[in-house]
Write a protein that binds this ligand. Sequence first.
Ligand code: ADP
Length: 261
Amino acid sequence: MSEQTVQERMKNVKHTILVLSGKGGVGKSTCALQLATSLSLLGMKVGLLDTDVCGPSLPTMTGKTNCDVIQSADGWSPVPVTDNLSVMSIGFLLPNQDDPVVWRGPRKTGMITQFLTLTNFGQLDYLIIDTPPGTSDEHLAIVQSLTAARPDGCVLVSTPQDVATLDVRKEISFARKMNITTLGFIENMSGFACPDCSHVTHIFGKGGGEALAREAAIPFLGHVPLDPELAEAEETGAVFLEQHPDSATAAAWRSISQALL
Ligand code: ADP
């Protein structure tokens, strides 16, 4: 499977965006899914590729845990989520979704190249790629294998706590090391969205993300509050943006995705 065949596949894709975070649990897969859904609701054809080979969470978040990927002469068909959105994840290829994937770097990069080469998303306006978390050399190798997809750039995701430490700076320099444009920075779990009135309370203050983005000369895409309804939708595989379109959280995702158009 050569890099050229990855590029052949990518000819059908207008824009590719990588979603990165310095560590797990900050909402990287959430961002990948909500950006993909939001773009698809704007009428774009969107593919979502889960390359987090060690912790694929998108099958659960899209409510597609028991779906099989169909293999044909044209490659692997991704699983449809809505009319305009389909998803491909290693989770679909594991015999048991609870099985851990314990692979070393070269095997992971091989799998990712295979994903890029074999998945037949058809014509896409956007391909959103959820990447494994981290900023180590192993992650660098994995993310470099994704550059064969010629991404437009990456979106960095962090929590306000990470903004207060060195973690986000590490993420920014990781993206620079990869020579990938940083399209913007999202501060996730920023404030708390009340499930009764949707009002967002910034318990730990607000503004750290914007200040850091300014200092690093990267675009700040927005804050997304910690929202129990978002967590619940992702746990049950519901489409959050369709279920809670009038919430502050849905408005945040829409504004972030529009900033990326
Ligand atoms: P990562 O990909 O960085 O490991 P996930 O996207 O899997 O993180 O998120 C970890 C958990 O936090 C998931 O259960 C997800 O539903 C939840 N979560 C992420 N962002 C939010 C948010 N803004 N509000 C509520 N829950 C969230």
